[in-house]
Write a protein that binds this ligand. Structure first.
Ligand code: MG
Length: 396
């Protein structure tokens, strides 16, 4: 029989639960650790983005604490390929069960991975090994790494060494762990009330064989403040310092105020332009786009598009900053020079710095606003318009 639509070999669908319902306050910083930033991006957002980008994963579902929904929406927000979060319970086991039930209630996957939100460094090769072992027939798969430290067993007092343990057959277990979805769901339902620390243990309890594949030493679980520092070093060590420049001009037309670097200044004319004609923010937007080779402001917000008519220019700048951050970048410093005879910029410089810092969500001391005249020479000297130039420095 020829292969037709009914004969297609369909790949099993793979869902990934990302567990982030714990309180995790040990890392300090006041927030549950999954929302703490690593190089400017919340850890959970990094983990979710990494999983959503895995070619072998079809859908990603975060499991968070019910009390954390506001933090989630503010700090993580919508990520393409990531489902709306499901709420966890009092223990990790209950939280995983809630995630599995949510998957079961929709269009259940064939395979499910369960991953720690606190492991943002899981690499594609590791995830592929877990999924490949499932496709080869394993029902439960864990990534595991050898124990390299010497291991001792101590007595009840916690200090008296009783014996040296043979470490050759001990393994440190990581995530993502992978399972046949139906088998894990049944095992979890049967294990309700038991106190098991990982999902492989839930399967072991159900008598299902668990297979180990090679873990990855880089796939660390981030728990302590020191772990965050190490993760930050690891992330930023891979970033390159990039500089972008921008330049813009708008001419005067009859009016009573100009908007410069987000600040409205009464004047005897206004600047002509399709948006609010904030020449300072336009130059800065181009500078930031330039750092990541993302074109210019006209590519993103065509002047021919009526929706930008009269638009406040902070949205252009916000968009450029979001593009830098979406690739894990950090905005280190920006510097804007406004070029005009009038209005006088000096009295407004601090307000402009604060406005830009707010739009970019960076410290005020990372923002510079300067002004100069052209000694009455040229179009700015004749008062025909205002020019601005900007430089931005990012790591991306
Ligand atoms: Mg412009």
């Amino acid at each position: 029989m020829p292969a037709g639509p009914d004969m297609e070999v369909t790949q099993p669908t793979v869902a990934c639960l990302v567990m982030a319902a714990g309180r995790g306050l040990r890392a300090g910083g006041g927030l549950p650790k999954q929302f703490r930033a690593i190089a400017g991006v919340p850890m959970l957002a990094r983990t979710l983005r990494a999983m959503a980008a895995m070619p072998c994963i079809d859908r990603v579902m975060p499991v968070i604490g019910a009390g954390d929904i506001a933090d989630y929406e503010t700090l993580v927000g919508a990520i393409p390929g990531v489902d709306a979060p499901v709420f966890g319970g009092a223990t990790r086991q209950v939280s995983v069960r809630n995630g599995l039930e949510a998957l079961a209630a929709g269009n259940p996957p064939a395979l499910v991975l369960v991953h720690d939100g606190a492991r943002p460094f899981a690499a594609a090769g590791l995830v592929d090994r877990v999924v490949a072992a499932l496709k080869d027939g394993a029902r439960a798969v864990i990534p595991a790494a050898p124990v390299t430290d010497t291991v001792k067993r101590v007595g009840d007092d916690g200090v008296t060494v009783l014996e040296t343990v043979d470490r050759s057959r001990l393994r440190r277990v990581q995530t993502p762990q992978g399972f046949l979805f139906d088998a894990l769901l049944v095992a979890h339902r049967a294990a309700a009330g038991a106190d098991l620390t990982d999902d492989a243990a839930v399967m072991e309890r159900a008598g299902i064989a668990v297979t180990a594949v090679d873990g990855d030493a880089a796939n660390i679980k981030i728990t302590t403040a020191e772990d965050f520092e190490e993760a930050e070093r690891r992330m930023t060590g891979n970033l390159t310092v990039r500089t972008g420049m921008g330049f813009d001009v708008h001419r005067f037309e009859p009016g009573d105020a100009v908007t410069l670097c987000g600040i409205r200044i009464p004047h005897t004319a206004r600047l002509a332009g399709h948006s609010d004609a904030d020449v300072g923010l336009h130059a800065l937007t181009d500078a930031i786009l330039g750092t990541i080779g993302a074109g210019d402001i006209g590519d993103h917000f065509p002047p021919s598009d009526p929706q930008w008519k009269g638009a406040p220019s902070d949205r252009f700048l916000r968009h450029a900053a979001a593009l830098v951050r979406a690739r894990g970048g950090l905005i280190d410093h920006v510097d804007v020079t406004l070029i005009c005879e009038r209005p006088k910029i000096g009295p407004h410089k601090q307000a402009m710095r604060a406005a830009i810092a707010g739009i970019l969500d960076i410290d005020g001391d990372r923002v510079s606003v300067k002004a100069t005249t052209t000694e009455k020479l040229g179009f700015t000297g004749r008062g025909e318009g205002i020019a601005a130039q900007a430089v931005a420095t990012v790591r991306a």
